[in-house]
Design a protein around this ligand. Structure first.
Ligand SMILES: [Zn+2]
Length: 498
């Protein structure tokens, strides 16, 4: 073979055995077990986005079935059958691309060919790629063969759009949904290949390539190939970012920092710089969503779970940010970003839409949630209980929390104060007027005698013109209502205009 001939990386590093396949362990295990137990189904359906290994798996599977000297569950990759299949030249393995061969006439040869026994192998295998493109007539022609195939015939269908395959077909197949390959798996594969090829590229560069490939190994390798041709042998993060219109990891994390800090000026500056550098703004929005999604994962399950899609450098940032923001706020930021995704589908003013959403998200990041408020009330309540019978009285915290909540789109400020006789006293804006609310809870009453009277500010009990009417107004507000209900036994003692 000509040593100098360039072999494209996706071909050169195409997995040859089951153990080389990355990110599809669930499929590989089932196929291997079926082969070992000699319980291979008549037809398989591989569903998944492009470049994640459907065709590769079909080939390996075909090799494993027809290999003349299999090594356990793996094909030997050396016998004539293995070599022919790898070359695409086996008499007993037929591959059809249904994207261009979708008519009845295109499947007729299969229906005829299936009648003849395999020439030099155990099985006659038909691989139909992009099978959702087959016409209904073509499927109907195939259906009879699929229902009662000869004992030596096996079918593998691959598709990017599983929902378009007719149910009558799906029900005759074992269906496997192939996963998007995780970014850090792609990065470590790229690292390995760069080492083999003598290419100089740091982690952030490889991460940029993996991000651009969006879970497809083939795309990642093609991009790496392209970048090697473009740069020679040393690839920088900027080279890789330029190919995909992506922003750098550090820039994306900086934007997330600005949102968490509620720094609107910094947010606007960053968006401006991305936009003027010609970055793909929809991708920025999508990657920001992925970042905050990762933040939720770190806060909920820690930074060492498989579902966290991040490299070590990203994990360090995620851990820092996770400690800086309350989980409930991250959830609300994610809600905003999810809505943004929807809005970006229809808008022409992408940048404006992103700016508005990020400003809103930054406000959320710096504003207390109803959940946090509830927690504050509960803590307050347990404090007043703790200061009860045997424990020496603590001075009652006069100001437990002063905060602002958004209820029904309006910004309302609520300050919780803790005079011992009260579980919580709050001031709320309702209908534009500031009113203070005092809650009493039974437990708070029990605790009251233990607190030195001089430290307890007298609860303000103003003359309210019509407490009943205001009370019902308050109770109409579902979120505030649930806040009040969160203190067991609480009732509104009085409402007043501040
Ligand atoms: Zn072999």
């Amino acid at each position: 073979m000509d040593e100098k001939k360039h072999i494209p990386l996706p071909l050169k590093y195409r997995p040859m055995r089951f153990s080389d396949v990355i990110g599809q362990e669930h499929v590989v295990r089932t196929l291997c077990n079926a082969i070992e137990a000699d319980r291979v189904a008549n037809a398989y359906l591989f569903v998944g986005s492009r470049g994640i290994g459907k065709t590769t798996l079909s080939r390996i599977f075909a090799k494993a079935l027809n290999c003349l000297s299999p090594e356990g569950r793996e094909p030997c990759c050396k016998c004539s059958n293995c070599l022919e299949i790898a070359r695409g030249g086996s008499m007993d393995v037929t591959e059809i691309d249904a994207a261009s061969h979708n008519k009845v006439d295109d499947v007729k040869p299969i229906i005829e060919d299936v009648q003849f026994k395999p020439s030099s192998s155990k099985y006659k295998i038909f691989v139909i790629d992009e099978c959702h493109m087959l016409s209904s007539a073509a499927w109907n022609a195939l259906l009879k063969t699929l229902e009662e195939p000869p004992p030596y015939a096996r079918f593998v269908f691959a598709t990017t759009e599983g929902e378009k395959v007719l149910p009558t077909i799906v029900s005759r197949c074992q269906r496997f949904d192939l996963r998007r390959i995780q970014t850090h798996d792609i990065v470590s594969r790229l690292e390995h290949i760069c080492k083999e090829e003598g290419i100089d590229a740091d982690d952030d560069t490889l991460l940029a390539i993996a991000r651009g490939a969006e879970g497809g190994m083939r795309d990642a390798l093609s991009s790496l190939d392209q970048l090697i041709a473009f740069t020679g042998g040393k690839i920088t993060e900027n080279d890789a970012l330029g190919v995909f219109g992506l922003v750098s990891r550090a820039a994306l994390e900086g934007l997330a920092d600005a949102i968490i800090a509620g720094d609107v000026k910094s947010i606007l500056e960053r968006v401006e710089s991305f936009d003027s550098a010609g970055k793909n703004m929809r991708r920025v929005a999508a990657e920001l969503m992925a970042h905050f999604r990762n933040l939720i994962v770190v806060q909920a399950a820690g930074s060492r779970v498989p579902s966290l899609e991040a490299t070590d450098a990203q994990i360090a940032t995620l851990e820092r940010q996770a400690a800086a923001i309350d989980p409930s706020r991250v959830f609300r930021i994610c809600d905003q970003l999810a809505e943004l995704e929807e809005k970006l589908r229809y808008t022409l003013s992408v940048r404006a839409q992103i700016e508005l959403t990020l400003i809103r998200a930054s406000r959320i990041a710096s504003t207390a949630t109803v959940e946090e408020l509830m927690r504050a009330v509960r803590e307050l309540k347990s404090q007043t209980q703790g200061g009860g019978v045997s424990v020496p009285a603590r001075p009652a915290p006069v100001q437990a929390a002063a905060t602002a909540v958004h209820i029904d789109g309006a910004r309302r400020s609520i300050s919780l104060t803790a005079p011992a006789a009260h579980a919580a006293a709050t001031a709320v804006h309702i209908d534009g007027a500031r009113r203070s609310i005092s809650l009493t809870a039974p437990a708070a009453h029990a605790a009251a005698p233990a607190v030195p009277p001089q430290t307890v500010p007298e609860p303000v009990v103003p003359e309210s013109s019509d407490p009943g009417a205001m009370r019902s107004k308050l109770m109409d507000d579902p979120k505030l209502n649930s806040l009040l209900l969160s203190v067991p036994g609480a009732k509104i003692r009085d409402i007043r205009e501040a």
